[in-house]
Design a protein around this ligand. Structure first.
Ligand SMILES: Cc1cc2nc3c(=O)[nH]c(=O)nc-3n(C[C@H](O)[C@H](O)[C@H](O)COP(=O)(O)O)c2cc1C
Length: 316
């Protein structure tokens, strides 16, 4: 690990192999979190599980993130993952999507210290991997509760916490309360990764002094070269956006099942298009297409007609 530790966030429909390959192509990051993986689906041998289990291109830096409201499912899935190379197993206690919360998973675990502690104790018994948790502040803006919650997780064997410092209800509203990351670090002994609203490589570096690791989400989809920039790795003077987009589409074909292509391409381009002056226009054009080849044609045509949009400075 470098002194500064930069992590690719778990993001459903984004943190899959194609995006990891893009990041790796620019020099990589310290750890790649998976998309959240349903522990129940994993254990019942869901049809897409082999795609979720793919830990390339850097298995030793890969972190499997599990989501479920069911203790048994989480414990069994964590122990099932023993056979796969990875840097660790992470439990999602931050997702506030209604379907996940209703099933008792994601941030719903934060409603009870005892329940979450009991679950972690059970999961801990079945895995030798580094066990981590990604969470939010909780249901209320109450730092003391968050600190007690995290202390209990630590006592039960969690080895790192990633804090996305917003409450459950806030989703992406108001700014992330980074001061809570610093405060939490003073309350627990295990490392604390901070996450939320980082918009540039400079900010990645600045935040790295406030926590033990910095986790990047949406910025990684918009500018997959941000890790390289933050780590001071050599980058081309100008980034060819068309080449990055086309490489992404190629990787998607290679590494994801056809049923996933459309939604994953649209999810990625929602962020990637923010590099363009005509972002909404291009998003709309891409949104009309269902096939990746058609999306490729849209992009090729756009860059042919707007050559000034094709390159951005590697430092931007
Ligand atoms: C499309 C999308 C999907 C996400 N999926 C997950 C997920 O599967 N697991 C998780 O813990 N957080 C998930 N998140 C939250 C991110 O990991 C991260 O906490 C959030 O985006 C804030 O970081 P950012 O401001 O750097 O994007 C998701 C976020 C986005 C935008």
């Amino acid at each position: 690990m470098t002194e500064k530790t930069f992590l690719l966030a778990p993001m459903a429909e984004i943190s899959h192999r194609a995006v990891r390959e893009l990041v790796a192509g620019f020099g990589g990051c310290d750890e790649y979190f998976s998309e959240m993986i349903s522990a129940g689906a994993l254990m019942s041998g869901g049809q897409y599980e082999s795609w979720y289990l793919d830990n390339a291109p850097a298995p030793e830096k890969f972190v499997y993130q599990l989501v479920s409201g069911n203790v048994e499912h989480l414990a069994r899935a964590a122990s099932f993952l023993e056979q796969y190379e990875c840097a660790g197993v992470d439990i999602n206690m931050g997702c506030s999507a209604p379907s996940i919360v209703r099933a008792g998973g994601g941030v719903q675990w934060m409603s009870s210290i005892d329940k979450a502690g009991g679950m972690i104790a059970h999961v801990r018994k079945g895995t030798s991997r580094r066990l981590s948790v990604k969470l939010r502040i909780g249901f209320f803006d109450d730092f003391d509760y968050l600190a007690s919650f995290c202390k209990r997780l630590e006592a039960e064997g969690v080895e790192r916490i990633t804090l996305h410092p917003r409450t459950a209800k806030e989703k992406f509203k108001r700014g992330a309360r980074w001061e809570y990351v610093k405060m939490l670090r003073n309350h627990i002994r295990i490392p604390v990764a901070g996450n939320g609203d980082i918009l540039s490589a400079e900010e990645m570096n600045r935040r790295s002094f406030e926590c033990d690791a910095v986790m990047i989400g949406r910025l990684a989809a918009q500018k997959p070269w941000s890790f390289a920039l933050a780590r001071g790795l050599p980058l081309p003077g100008m980034i060819d956006l068309e080449a990055v987009a086309v490489t992404f589409l190629d990787m998607l074909v290679k590494y994801q099942p056809p049923e996933f292509h459309k939604s994953r391409a649209q999810r990625f381009f929602a962020y990637f298009c923010s590099n363009l002056k005509w972002a909404n226009h291009v998003r709309t054009l891409l949104g009309r297409e269902t096939e990746l080849t058609a999306m490729r044609h849209v992009l090729e045509r756009f860059f042919r007609e707007n050559p000034e949009e094709r390159y951005v400075s590697g430092g931007r």
